[in-house]
Design a protein around this ligand. Sequence first.
Ligand SMILES: [Mn+2]
Length: 332
Amino acid sequence: MTASLHARPYPEQLAAARAFIEANDGFLVVAHVNPDGDAASSTLAVGWMLERIGKRYVMINEGKTPDKFGYLWGFDRLLRYEERQPEERFRFVISVDCADASRIGKVSELFAEDVQVLNIDHHATNDYFGDVQLIREDAAATVEVLYDLAEEMRLPLAIELATALYTGLLTDTGGFRYSNTTPKVMKIAAELLAAGVAGHKLAEQVLEKITFSHIAVLKQVLTTLSFAFDKKVSWITVSQDDIRQTGATSEDMEGLILYPRNIEGVEVGLLFKQTDERTVKVSFRSNGTVDVAAIAKSFGGGGHVRASGCTIAGELPDVVTQVIKEVGQSLQ
Ligand SMILES: [Mn+2]
């Protein structure tokens, strides 16, 4: 896989992506490890598009796809790498919502030696890996790019596709609230509603419902809420003990970062999650004053200006000290 130096004009990218799909068969569709709403919806939307035009394909991701997306078309055909690995090696791969090839994770072990990758994404940090790229950095979600691709391929907005596209928009815009909620996003959402999507039901299912184990872990981690730098920085920590005691899954821990982030006056909110005794996953959220993508990048991670993440080796308290110090230096 080689990276292209220059992005082609978007209409050319759309045509090239369409040609890649139409000319080949036997695809592997993959999103980033531990798929979120946009990643899962994008995987299944591409699966639906391939199904529709009579192509063979396998959809597989590393990490659990949250059960709350179980209503999506093809959900039970989406394989989890740790549970089931096809014997087949794939020459044609469609990667969705991955900013770089490492985000594909262990699923890349299923690639044939002469693999060709179509890279469909919306992250500004995308490194243009793969052989064909379809990337729109100003898209709110990968599903927004897939909406354009469906149009390019003259596919109808069937309810299965429309529901997947709406779900990705809903999750990556935080329910049409984040700054990526552009007029184009709302226009697409309106079309999807007109196509029959039950927007209010999806919002309730995906954004509002909470599990008992979520409440249990929330109760526990709120006791760790801390502040620094004139309360401009706030964070919570989740230890392996917290996870064991509450039985919380990564799905249950989604949204915990909103508590430090949403406090008045806070410019950067963080969540430190111990993934094992020696490793801590750090999530950053910014109100826009601080570029948290740059901070995450300095620790080997990445993301967007307002939302990013990285994984750091070390004891939980040491990682907290190190990262908070770095965040402090980025404050004005
Ligand atoms: Mn996304």
